[in-house]
Ligand binder design. Sequence first.
Ligand SMILES: [Zn+2]
Length: 103
Amino acid sequence: MKLQTLKPRLKVASPGRALPVASAQVAQRLRGSAGVADRIKIRTRDCGLCQMCKRPGYLVDHIKPLCEGGTNEDSNKQLLCAPCHDVKSAREAAARAAGESVR
Ligand SMILES: [Zn+2]
């Protein structure tokens, strides 16, 4: 009797669909009281002003997103207002969809 080779059931994921940075290398977002203290620090440093339009802002943004290899260092954080944060997020999402990094 001739043995037959079984077909593999799992398909190999295409490399083009992989995230830009392996998940093990992505910095974790600060959560809980550490996150609160960190946000207060960044708001104080940036004088409560959006760093894009200089109007009052309250959102702490990662200048280079964590999923693209950005860090949790203060130098990678900025205060933004909601409209500017939306614009930046949309631009980053569009760039990711096009398969390129914003910065
Ligand atoms: Zn703004």
